[in-house]
Design a binder for this molecule. Structure first.
Ligand SMILES: NC(=O)c1ccc[n+]([C@@H]2O[C@H](COP(=O)([O-])OP(=O)(O)OC[C@H]3O[C@@H](n4cnc5c(N)ncnc54)[C@H](O)[C@@H]3O)[C@@H](O)[C@H]2O)c1
Length: 383
């Protein structure tokens, strides 16, 4: 390939995800490492261009990180033929316009999730991207968590036998913002701004389930807003119109039942902020962000229910840690590298806009299930 530099326009870099995970830990890390290595040992350099709304913030950030270009004019950046890739980490409700414009300009597009506000919009973007012949991808960072990579290793090694069920617990207490400031942006708690835990987390649960355990067939969920009033970045009270907790059951096509609780109104009594327990006929595992503990069939205790006696078993101590056996990279950087390799090799990216659309479809079905009090089957999305 003759191209020696990939020029990447990054929109939404003043935000939490855009700055920390995508700019700092991924694109700048790749740039400072000398780009990405392609098959024959040759390297392709990576050059970020910052895009956003606040020129002062962009200029300061560009200077801090020795970035030559920044702009508040997305259309001008997209009309630059030397720009190869457009990335979008803006708030969800602002995403579609940027992505649509980038596709029209013939750029490869990488996006935070959800790629659009509805699955039909996401499918439309996917079709536009296919027609334009560009590479398109959506983040799927949880698959790269060391804990889930260990889970993947256990699955590939046949550890579980037949997988029966998956039990996920995700969440932590997000402060309301009055007494102590909230640790997440306020738009997350306003439905009109694209907030809500179902639309945020079900996209993740979809690709985790689909890639590790099997296709999701249906969902039964109950979403609710436990904390009705919160205080925003300016200290002003606002009504939380979006769901902050969701209790979901996901039935997979192969019979596996997954049940995942997601909540920003729960206090952590686990080892990690997310944990998945997988039970199989031959063994079980509990995987978190980094760790993964297992219990084999041969090491399974035989408890007997007797509330009259204190239990003599220390159940949590009966599990063994899965060793690392490798060095785990930052998941965001790893997925960026994967996407850029697919761009450079001109091959389809597996976590494309269609995969993103299926994640949004699950979120929509979850909200419908909650509203109607019914189990909602997922129809396969036409490409
Ligand atoms: N992959 C993950 O685990 C993960 C985690 C959190 C958020 N996200 C996604 O990342 C995206 C950004 O989330 P965040 O938590 O970084 O948000 P944030 O509020 O910290 O950042 C939002 C960014 O969008 C920009 N923006 C553009 N138009 C805007 C508008 N009209 N109002 C407000 N901001 C506007 C802001 O300037 C800022 O750069 C969302 O789509 C969210 O769903 C993904």
């Amino acid at each position: 390939m003759s191209q020696k530099t990939l020029r990447i326009a990054l929109n939404g870099v003043t935000g939490r995800m855009g700055y920390r995970q995508h700019l700092l830990r991924s694109v700048l890390e790749l740039r400072d490492r000398g780009g990405i290595e392609i098959a024959d040992g040759e390297r392709v350099a990576v050059e970020p261009i910052l895009v956003g709304r606040d020129s002062a913030k962009l200029a300061e950030m560009a200077q801090r990180h020795s970035i030559d270009e920044w702009s508040t004019e997305l259309d001008t950046v997209l009309s630059d033929e030397s720009v190869d890739v457009y990335f979008d980490a803006q708030i969800t409700s602002a995403r579609e316009r940027g992505v649509r414009a980038a596709i029209a300009a013939g750029k490869h597009v990488y996006s935070e999730k959800p790629v659009a506000e509805s699955s039909s919009q996401a499918v439309e973007l996917a079709r536009l991207a296919e027609r334009a012949g560009i590479r398109h991808g959506v983040v799927h960072d949880k698959l790269y968590l060391p804990g889930l990579l260990k889970l993947r290793r256990l699955i590939d090694g046949g550890f579980f036998g037949r997988v029966l069920s998956v039990r996920g617990e995700f969440g932590y207490w997000v402060f309301e913002g009055d007494w102590q400031s909230a640790q997440r942006p306020s738009w997350n708690y306003r439905a009109e701004d694209g907030g809500g835990i179902v639309s945020d987390m079900f996209c993740h649960w979809h690709y985790v389930l689909e890639n590790l355990f099997g296709r999701v067939d249906s969902v039964t969920a109950r979403a609710t807003t436990h904390i009705p009033t919160r205080w925003d970045e300016r200290g002003e009270a606002y009504e939380a119109t979006a769901d902050d907790s969701a209790y979901g059951i996901f039935e997979l096509a192969n019979g596996v039942i997954a049940q995942i609780n997601s909540s920003w109104a729960v206090r952590v009594n686990r080892d990690e902020l997310v944990e998945f327990q997988v039970d199989g006929t031959e063994g079980s595992a509990v995987a978190g962000l980094r760790g993964c503990r297992v219990q084999h069939r041969s090491m399974t205790p035989k408890p007997v229910w007797n509330p009259d006696l204190p239990t003599g078993e220390r159940f949590r101590e009966q599990w063994s840690q899965v060793p690392d056996n490798e060095e785990f990279e930052n998941g965001f950087k790893a997925q960026w590298e994967r996407f850029l390799h697919d761009v450079l090799r001109d091959r389809p990216h597996p976590y494309d806009f269609f995969a993103g659309a299926r994640g949004i479809q699950l979120a929509e079905a979850g909200l419908r299930s909650s509203r109607d009090g019914q189990r909602v089957p997922l129809e396969s999305l036409e490409r």
